[in-house]
Design a protein around this ligand. Sequence first.
Ligand code: NAP
Length: 340
Amino acid sequence: MRSLRLVFLGFGHVGRELARLLLAREAWLAERGLRFLVVGVSTGSRGLRADPEGLDLDALLNQPWSPLRPLTRVAGAAPEERAALIANAEADIVVEMTPLRVDLRGEPAIGHARMALEAGKHVVSANKGPVAWAYRQLDDLARREGRRFLFESAVMDGTPLFSLARRTLAGCRVLGCRGILNTTTNYVLGRLLEGQDLEGAVREAQEAGFAEADPSLDLDGWDAAVKLTCLANALMGRNLVPEEVLRQGIRDLSPEDLLREAKRGRAIRLVAEVSSSGPAQVGPVILSADDLLARASGTSSVITLTTDLMGLLSIFEHSPGLGQTAYGVFRDLLEIADQD
Ligand SMILES: NC(=O)c1ccc[n+]([C@@H]2O[C@H](COP(=O)([O-])OP(=O)(O)OC[C@H]3O[C@@H](n4cnc5c(N)ncnc54)[C@H](OP(=O)(O)O)[C@@H]3O)[C@@H](O)[C@H]2O)c1
């Protein structure tokens, strides 16, 4: 049995769902001679847990944090302790699942990823910050260290997008993309049309766990701009930062605007668009009913890639939840396991 040792940075919605998935696939992994051991978990406010023998995921998920196994070392959440965990833990892969910080331009997650790669660990990031603000730098560092920097869940919740381009579309160039990348605004636009107010719709999205903790990141188009930057940099060889995306959010849209267009058979969506050379933009667009993007309602997302050898390719993600995000991380872990 081969063991790959993981450190979790963040144990919120995604971290916990990943822990549940690792438990659910334990037997499947064992049949393939593979075991993922979580040897460290760090949170923002609840301290850090580490156990070189592997933490008990079931206990982490279901018991209060204090009465864990005696082997477990409990420490505070000081950044230096987190840094020590990243650098010194006997681990193969660091999984970055802390919140996106637009105000800090992707930090502290970028620092976490850099530290892990410099310490010879692979990095899997569900956090899009490191991809949007430091893709080139982290990818170069990973190559120099002979490690991987993977981030399938950073855009469209684990839908195979980066791995599709990297593996399945090998030799084919992605020239541009256009899509609906932010679940919260799409959901909110739908609820406004149904008569809900903005605050209520945002609260529903937060309670369901798909809105960013700070809703302005969604409503003002930041989340979509950050995702668009990830796509431009990782798929199209651009060197953009999210601040360069021409960005307009949905705050100025009224239910009357949405109703007026709906009566004409059209839909308003927050559309994100970039090409390998032109401007990158995010903003509300009036779409005709036959536009594929108009069909993405609720929490669904859609993207159309323009490629040189495969024409237009569209991927439609139907009402994803946390399960898809956790699966994207899980698949990145499997890809690393396959090559190690
Ligand atoms: N939720 C989704 O559907 C989804 C989909 C795709 C990608 N993502 C991305 O995945 C990441 C995690 O999302 P989430 O929904 O799990 O967020 P979340 O529920 O807010 O959980 C974040 C976790 O990170 C911890 N944390 C905060 N600051 C930290 C720091 N400096 N160092 C270490 N841990 C820290 C938090 O600590 P406490 O437990 O003490 O609060 C919490 O455990 C985000 O970057 C998000 O954008 C989320």
